[in-house]
Design a protein around this ligand. Sequence first.
Ligand SMILES: [Zn+2]
Length: 240
Amino acid sequence: MRSSKIEAIVIKRRNFSEKDRVLTLFSRDRGKIEVIAKGSRRPGSRFSYFSDIGSVGQFYLYQSKSMPIVTDYKAIFSPEGARGEFGKTNKLGFAFKLIDKLFESGEPHAKTYEILRLATENISDNESQLVFLTFLGNVISDLGLKPELHQCIVCRKKIDDGGGLVFSSEGGLSHADCAIENNQKKISRDEIKLLRLIFDMPYNKISQARVNSKVFKKTYRLILYYLEWNFGKILPEEVL
Ligand SMILES: [Zn+2]
């Protein structure tokens, strides 16, 4: 089949020739894929508007000898609300960078796609911090690194309400007394609750939850710490 149609988000773009661009798409069914948008660097071209980072739509592709060529496009969402707003474009930029860096081309990740799409629309329009955090949590789970949040990773006993607990980059929660390595952080009950919410709740229910901002910030830093330990530094220190 030389012609196909995919639903995707534009996560990166680069100039290819005087008139054309190469877009990196993250698609629902085919994962990460590079395509050529011919003429998209010409102002006023009908292909210029969808080559914005964060555009979501149906891409009609023709498989050429090298890269697929975009032959048509139907918009689903365009990130107008983020335009000119540094905080929002920054956050979207990091979400896309994370996907680009951590996922291989041609491997579908349908659930991550759905959450990325939700996060793109959410960040652009009304901004629930929890959705972005949930997105990060989902990327971690999708890569097979979901942290253990219900039993101690050392003694394997259930995490109950007594005693101090720590969060370890080795894979999740442990009793403070069990921990032997240095790479762990103190964690409070509220932060554990929020981590469980992010990792265990269906993502479409999460945006309605309310969270104390101090707990949010500390939990965010735990997630960053965990991401960084596993993948190196990708996101900045500050809370996005
Ligand atoms: Zn233990």
